[in-house]
Design a protein. Structure first.
Length: 558
């Protein structure tokens, strides 16, 4: 493809979608020419592909996926472990055999049916995370079919430089096979922020805009594109001025990022000597290492529910203990806030056999579920208490709405301590106990709560949706979702004041903590810890250092 042959005389259409990463990119569209559905078997000549061919294709697929697991970082490897699970699941190993027997169809048709049926099951889930797993199933189905046809893996390594991949959907394996030296970004019609492909794109430093309607009817291979992920915008065949503007923005962002590396490791203090912490939000122990390298002063939110997802059964006490201990050890004495399970709402666990709810965000979610399923809660609390011997672990309860609920959770914690004592198992009894303030009721009664916990952490992602009655995951009401709404900021201020009045620290782990327009207000209110996504640690410190009265700690040399 001759990229320099493309001359943009006029400004083309501008498309909007959901920004998946922090990057911007200018490049040339490469449209993947398939619709994204599993290819149908060739009609006409009867195929001779039978059960033995299926067995061989499955084995070959497993080998390819094992190689992928070995080639990508640990966290992304977990994604492909899910693919391996699907490749071992009876849905692919048994059901196609039965379909062949019953209908007389060939292995290709049987695999295609199995894949489509399983995708349909996952597409029915209310939880966007589970729905997005349908893309993983399609990926697995395509792999088996390719191997049945005797085709080699699709060669995405030979794409021209500066490619922006355009597709109905991009599977995680495809994303992982992209070469970041050639590909600058991906844009898709399907997908959401939690798509695995987006997670991988973030790790590979690609620009990504997903969920972009009409993409394939507008964009053709060879079109020049600007992908602005932070804004979720795609410019198709933009004018030269726009391209220059973005090239300048991209260069500026790269210079800023380089300069920020040093700021990331700085430690911040106020004039009175009190520390301002910038911690990281993580979902797995593997991310704790990266968070530490990027300068996080601690972990402000470990979303433990991610340990429970993409698997068939709950992790046991030992497995959880190992995960929590590892994070505590990596942060060696720095605070690590571990949130107890926030399951339910948009994150159901199929193996917990939860009832379907009309309004899952207002239903049996988080602490409510844990109090209803004390067996599940106790396993986690015991693992946490044991792991707390290895570092500075704080335990945090999500979705607290009443004092009774908070007291009930604390009672279960005490009862777990008693059980461990009786069993002679070592644990740390005096770990700090905090709660998330993410329901307006908790913010309004913050003083009452502050008397009964060691810290608060404000969860603005939920606080915003519950205060404004705006679903945080619904793109149609997205413009109304605003954590700078005066009602939300009033609740945030009230919570910080109440915490300080009762002499407990107040943290924030919702997205607002890294929002540049919010940081000055939060700093002024005296927020003690800003817990942000790993990539936002350095930028958040940089903005904080521009605030009156905040400086790097002269006692600590970076
Ligand atoms: C929040 O609600 O702000 C929060 C941090 O929790 P989550 O995004 O996991 O619901
Ligand atoms: Mg929340």
């Amino acid at each position: 493809m001759k990229t320099d042959a493309i001359v943009c005389k006029t400004e083309g259409p501008v498309l909007t979608g959901i920004g998946g990463t922090e990057r911007m990119a200018v490049g040339i569209a490469w449209v993947l020419d398939e619709s994204g559905t599993v290819a149908k078997s060739v009609t006409g000549a009867p195929s001779s592909l039978g059960p033995e061919d299926l067995t061989a294709a499955l084995e070959k697929s497993r080998e390819q996926v094992r190689r992928l697991i070995a080639a990508v970082p640990v966290h992304e490897g977990e994604i492909f472990s899910t693919h391996l699970n699907f490749l071992e699941d009876p849905a692919f190993t048994q059901e196609p055999l039965e379909t062949m027997k019953k209908t007389g169809c060939d292995a290709m048709e049987a695999v295609r049916r199995a894949s489509e049926e399983l995708q349909a099951v996952f597409q029915e889930f209310d939880d966007p995370y589970m729905r997005e797993r349908a893309a993983d199933i399609r990926d697995v189905g395509e792999r088996i079919l390719r191997n049945l046809r005797g085709e080699s893996e699709e060669d995405l390594t030979a794409l021209p430089p500066h490619t922006i991949l355009v597709a109905a959907d991009v599977t995680p394996s495809r994303t992982a096979r992209l070469d970041p030296r050639q590909v600058r970004g991906i844009v898709t019609e399907m997908g959401g922020r939690t798509s695995h492909a987006v997670i991988i794109a973030g790790v590979m430093n690609l620009a990504a805009v997903v969920g972009c309607k009409d993409l394939l009817s507008v964009v053709k291979t060879g079109d020049r594109l600007i992908v602005d992920s932070p804004r979720g915008t795609i410019y198709v065949n933009p004018g030269e001025e726009r391209i220059k503007e973005y090239q300048a923005k991209i260069e500026k962002a790269a210079r800023e990022e380089e300069a920020r590396q040093k700021t990331g490791t700085a430690q911040l203090v106020r004039k009175d000597g009190s520390r301002v912490l910038v911690a990281a939000n993580i979902g797995s122990p593997a991310e704790a290492d990266i968070a530490l390298q990027k300068g996080a002063d601690g972990i402000g939110l470990f979303r433990t529910e991610f340990l429970f997802m993409d698997r068939k059964e709950m992790p046991g006490e030992e497995e959880q203990y190992e995960a929590y201990r590892k994070v505590a050890e990596i942060f060696a004495g720095k605070p690590v806030v571990i949130r107890t399970l926030d399951i339910g709402g948009d994150k159901p666990l199929p193996y917990l056999a939860m009832r379907r709810e009309e309004n899952p965000f207002l239903g049996l979610r988080a602490i409510r579920l844990c109090l209803a399923r004390e067996d599940v809660f106790r396993v986690q609390l015991k693992a946490l208490l044991r792991a707390a011997t290895a570092g500075n672990i704080h335990v945090m309860f999500p979705m607290i709405s009443s004092l009774q609920e908070l007291r009930a959770a604390k009672n279960v914690l005490e009862s777990c301590k008693a059980e461990l004592t009786r069993a002679g198992v070592p644990f740390f009894a005096d770990l700090k106990v905090g709660m998330m303030v993410e329901i307006p009721a908790a913010a309004l009664l913050a003083r009452d709560f502050a008397a009964e916990v060691d810290f608060f952490s404000i969860g603005t992602n939920d606080l915003t949706q519950y205060t404004l009655a705006v679903d945080r995951g619904n793109p149609d009401v997205n413009p109304l979702y605003d954590f700078m709404h005066p009602a939300v900021t009033a609740l945030v201020q009230k919570t910080i004041e109440a915490a300080h009045c009762l002499s407990i620290p107040c943290f924030m782990c919702g997205e607002m903590a890294s929002f540049p327009q919010a940081i000055p207000l939060l700093a002024q209110c005296g927020l003690d810890e800003f817990s942000v996504s790993i990539d936002a640690v350095a930028r958040t410190k940089e903005i904080l250092l521009q605030q009156e009265g905040i400086q790097t700690d002269p006692a600590v040399c970076p």
